[in-house]
Design a protein around this ligand. Structure first.
Ligand code: M6R
Length: 368
């Protein structure tokens, strides 16, 4: 059942183009969206004055990406919170709050408890999950399923990518109902989303140098990750994968925070992986991150840069460049995350570790 791969994780990484395509199928008709599953009335969706995303681990990172997209498209404020913290801080939630609970398994106890708390306060809850009939799916007002297929590896890969897709769909849907986007604007994003399986395929076809790089770094003690905008949650996800699979100290920072402390960590030879935003989108951010790459390199870091095809500005400061296809800025996590999954997986394999069953972890965490 591993389809010829030695590990489920390798198979699941390879399945991502299909998982994205399957998550989009039936939910758009060329341009217009069809999200009948979001069974809330238009009136309810129009009265939403705040979105709160609750999730844990990798699903939380999907939520962080969702914040950028949903706020941009709908102009509704979005908070993202680790589910285990949510109910203990007396959160401000009422019937105009839309809670989005993201959980691959649909069984994470922390997320379930947060859902129950939100519903008690009369919030409407939309679950994004990969598990049909799971507890969180049953206890939510509506469910948006990711169609990633079963994920066996403990590390979330294809389910993460499809959670991000589901969040985009939800954001676009809300934007249509609330009138913050025109139909043709939504169609344009949907078209770009439909191209993503092909782009992910391109990344997977060109990922061999990432494997080599990972093997060459298997002896390192720590790796830092930097990102900005949607690249920041991608960096967090890259670091989490490395921790859980390779048992390595890995930390991610918003690149702008470097100068506020973390730059003191930089020493000779420390690998720093930088997720670079497109120079075509928010070019100010691009230029700033190029300076960050320069800064850490000047202090001895070994810079590994994930940059869009055609971005030549990073070349003078990158010890290694991992290329990803050009995409819309908000959708870039769907391609930029993939080399980081491969990197963590390969590095763990080089250390002789079992990437499907990392120590101390369970696929679904059903205790609080
Ligand atoms: O099933 P869930 O999405 O609720 O799980 C949340 C986390 O436990 C999960 O994402 C965990 O961080 C993964 N092992 C990450 O690869």
């Amino acid at each position: 059942e591993k389809g010829g791969y030695p590990y489920f994780m390798l198979k699941e990484i390879a399945e991502q183009p299909k998982a994205v395509a399957d998550t989009l199928i039936g939910r758009h008709d060329g341009g217009s969206l069809q999200l009948d599953e979001v069974r809330l009335s238009d009136e309810d969706l129009r009265s939403v004055d705040k979105v709160i995303v609750i999730a844990c681990g990798t699903s939380y990172h999907a939520g962080l990406i969702a914040k950028y997209a949903i706020e941009h498209w709908t102009r509704v404020p979005v908070e993202v919170e680790v589910a285990s913290e949510f109910r203990y801080r007396d959160p401000i939630v009422d019937r105009d709050t839309l809670v989005v609970a993201i959980s691959q398994s649909g069984e994470s106890m922390d997320t379930l408890m947060a859902v129950r708390h939100a519903r008690k306060q009369k919030a409407r809850v939309v679950a994004i999950t990969n598990s049909n009939g799971s507890t969180i799916a049953r206890e939510s007002d509506a469910v948006l399923y990711t169609h990633a297929g079963p994920e066996v590896g403990v590390a979330a890969t294809k389910t993460f990518i499809t959670q991000v897709v589901a969040c985009y769909l939800l954001g676009l849907f809300l934007a249509r109902v609330r009138g913050t986007m025109y139909a043709d604007e939504v169609s344009a994003v949907v078209r770009e989303l439909s191209d993503m399986p092909e782009h992910i395929d391109t990344v997977l076809d060109t990922v061999e140098p990432v494997r080599e790089l990972a093997r060459s770094l298997a002896g390192c003690k720590a790796v830092l990750f930097l990102g900005r905008h949607v690249g920041y949650p991608v960096a967090l996800e890259g670091a989490l994968k490395l921790k859980e699979l390779a048992y390595m100290h890995a930390e991610a920072f918003a690149a702008g925070e470097l100068k506020h402390g973390p730059i003191a960590l930089i020493e000779q030879g420390l690998p720093v992986i930088v997720v670079v935003p497109s120079p075509r989108g928010r070019s100010v951010l691009h230029d700033k991150i190029v300076s960050n790459i320069q800064e850490v390199r000047a202090r001895g870091a070994r810079t590994i840069v994930i940059a869009e095809e055609g971005d030549t500005a990073v070349e003078p400061y990158a010890d290694s460049i991992i290329r990803v296809p050009q995409t819309a800025t908000l959708l870039a996590p769907l391609v930029a995350t993939v080399p980081l999954q491969v990197f963590a997986c390969e590095l763990a394999l080089a250390k002789g570790l079992d990437v499907d069953q990392p120590r101390n972890l369970a696929k679904s965490v059903t205790v609080e």
